[in-house]
Design a protein around this ligand. Structure first.
Ligand code: HSE
Length: 439
């Protein structure tokens, strides 16, 4: 078969990794794909012609990405620029030009995927995005194809490597937040704007994609509840440990009788769960299907070659299907485009039911605990565990930590407001959600 020509948009960490893996494993890749795969055109900024990235030596190099999407010899455009724009415009142009697209861009798919897939469907081309979620873990393929027999019940994942790296280093080594973040940036894990990592936006992009392929709903990034990890303190990490939990920045999507939960927030998980022991830059995704039960997928969620592993797998998939009838391909979002669910809405966070960890600073005097437990009791909130520490010398207040049973978020919001209004409570209450993730 004729070789398949690939055009790369972006020669940064992932672009360089993709060119390298394609050239290093060229022989095995062509045996798998049924044809050789060549990078023939690549766009990158500031590339030194005398020092081309490995695997691009025989490619035309340009600083103008439009040259690649308009190159008639390119069959597959691989978008590794990231961000919303100009990635959206470039991908839509590539589709208009009849090219297949592979992208690692979760922001693009989460925000503009509905438009992009409709354009691709109309044109009969593929848009593959395995690398957009959890880096090297083939989670898109697992949910979309491997678990296709199942009614997916819920997914919970550690899907931002930078955030997990920060929480792990803070817990294990007592390092400062800013110091660990700087290291993650130097290692190429962090987003161009690292607030996307620490405030949960990157994880929300990925969770939006997972929810769509799990439940057959349109991509609804704007409906995702997102809370970051920047307010987590060493105290919270230590209290969680004392109670038998680990704090992880989790993306959770769950099918309920009232709608779909779609939420990213720091979460206490029982320390005995496998996923609670996923450390450093590693990602893990727990998927519960009705037939298979719980399944866990683990691997590197960021970095040049792990991400390239997913990008190249997509390129191979596309190369294999170049000659197949577009109507017989795996649908982009797992469900046939005309069979997407229209009646499953995303639940507002106030309607989500979960358990809670509350930490507050209270005056050390009689009746304080009784006031707190009365407010919780009146709101039908049951206490599961409780810690009160001695107050440090010369400090009048004591730290109180309460673990509750499950309750609707709206009820918890009311109770927190009432507790914070007590004259014996100093400052605001730290509230973290708790997930047991049992089958
Ligand atoms: N910034 C992302 C992370 C890169 O840390 O997981 C992979 O999407």
């Amino acid at each position: 078969m004729n070789p398949v020509n690939v055009g790369l948009l972006g020669l940064g960490t992932v672009g360089g990794g993709t060119a390298l893996v394609l050239s290093r494993n060229a022989d095995e890749i062509s045996r798998r794909a049924g044809s050789a795969i060549h990078v023939t055109h690549a766009a990158g900024l500031g590339i030194d012609p005398a020092n081309l990235p490995a695997g691009t030596e025989n490619a035309k190099i340009t600083a103008d990405a439009w040259e690649v999407v308009n190159d008639p010899d390119v069959a597959i455009v691989v978008e590794l620029i990231g961000g919303y724009s100009p990635a959206r415009e470039l991908v839509l142009k590539a589709i208009e030009n009849g090219k297949h697209v592979v992208t690692a861009n979760k922001a693009l798919i989460a925000k503009h995927g509905n438009e992009i897939f409709a354009a691709a469907q109309a044109k009969g081309v593929m848009v593959a995005f395995e690398a957009a979620v959890a880096g090297g873990i083939p989670i898109i393929k697992a949910v979309r194809e491997g678990l296709a027999a199942n009614r997916i019940e819920w997914i919970a994942g550690i899907i931002n490597g930078t955030g997990n790296f920060i929480l792990t280093e803070m817990r294990d080594k007592g390092r400062d937040f800013a110091d660990v973040l700087a290291e993650a940036q130097a290692l190429g894990y962090a987003e161009a704007d690292p607030t996307f990592d620490v405030e949960g936006i990157d994880a929300a992009h990925k969770l939006t994609i997972l929810a769509s392929i799990a439940f057959g709903i349109e991509l609804q990034f704007d409906a995702c509840f997102t809370e970051g990890i920047s307010k987590i303190t060493r105290e919270d990490v230590n209290y969680a440990e004392e109670l038998g939990y680990r704090i992880k920045h989790l993306g959770v999507t769950r099918r309920t009788g009232n709608g779909i939960e779609l939420r990213v927030h720091p979460t206490l998980i029982p320390h005995r769960r496998l996923i609670a022991n996923v450390d450093g830059v590693m990602n893990a995704v727990l998927v519960k299907g009705d037939a298979v039960g719980p399944t866990l997928y683990y691997g590197a969620g960021a970095g040049a070659e792990p991400t390239a592993s997913a990008v190249v797998a997509d390129i191979i998939d596309v190369a294999r299907t170049l000659t197949t009838d577009p109507n017989n391909r795996v649908p982009h979002l797992a469900f046939q485009p005309d069979a997407m669910s229209q009646d499953l809405s995303i639940l507002p966070m106030e309607e989500v039911t979960t358990a809670y960890y509350l930490r507050m600073s209270a005056a050390d005097k009689p009746g304080v605990l009784a006031d707190i437990t009365r407010i919780l009791g009146d709101a039908q909130i049951s206490i599961e565990a409780f810690i009160q520490k001695e107050s440090p010398v010369d400090v009048p207040d004591v730290p109180l930590v309460i673990l509750t049973h499950k309750v609707r978020e709206a009820q918890m919001n009311d109770a927190i407001a009432k507790i914070e209004a007590l004259s014996t409570i100093n400052g605001s209450i730290t509230r973290l959600r708790v997930e047991h993730l049992d089958a």
